[in-house]
Write a protein that binds this ligand. Sequence first.
Ligand code: PZK
Length: 290
Amino acid sequence: MRDFRHLHSGKVRDLYESPDGLLLMVASDRISAYDVVLPTPIPDKGRVLTQLSLWWFERLADLVPNHVVSATDVPPEFAGRAIRCRRLEMVPVECVVRGYLTGSGLAEYATSGAVCGIRLPPGLVEGSRLEMPIFTPTTKAPIGQHDAPMTFDDVVDAVGWDTADELRTISIQVYHRGAELAARRGIIIADTKLEVGWAPDGTLVLADEVLTPDSSRFWPADTYEPGRRPQSFDKQYVRDWAARTGWDRTGPPPEIPDAVVEATRARYTEAYERLTGAPFASGRPAPATG
Ligand code: PZK
């Protein structure tokens, strides 16, 4: 670990570099709700999200190369929740794909009838499924600021037509494959955000995390109903509890009670197990017996 130099911390992940030039992306057990990091960790969250991301990278590798170098050659304190990855030149665009209308996409549609310059039919409501998934890129805002919608022409201005078109194609393909597989397991992936970088030879490479509940909206299919506020697969317990405490979402959030931590942890492992069809093994040493 002493060989790793800290580069950057996001709300729930940390980025390091090693002397060999590779990066180490570490997922923590921190959880955010309403854009605020809560003071109580969710045990195994970092491992579940890292293992799910790795599972997806493998299943997307024929569509787009990815930045993963090794998920095993990592410092022991990060075992299971860190990925050594190649350093890319990051594309200055957040590649968002929406298959369903909610959140900022719905807000934009409500005021303009379009999202990121894409005109949508009238009459869509909270949670409406879109006829075709749409590429709704955003700027990458610094922490604390909000990403701004970009039109396709804005992306062209930022990276050129060829790259813009390739980003759109990759993003839609990744969403398609993810959403189709998840649907078979009873999970709706409403939208997702991809991060892409350039390899030295100019190839576009999938980076960061992919199709996790932190980078996507996962909804349980069995309670989905357009027009109703969709339930978050992972964070619903935390949100319901937060609403009951009267926390105003701006001040310091209270500690999460054990039962809510445990229910939330169970939702992360359930998402992993439903999607992958494999039991989640935390990878932590078992407590000694005898
Ligand atoms: C990179 N981030 C976001 C992730 C954080 C911040 N392969 C790469 N090469 C170069 N840069 C990045 C990556 C990746 N992935 C990713 N910022 C830069 C990020 C995790 C924790 F604090």
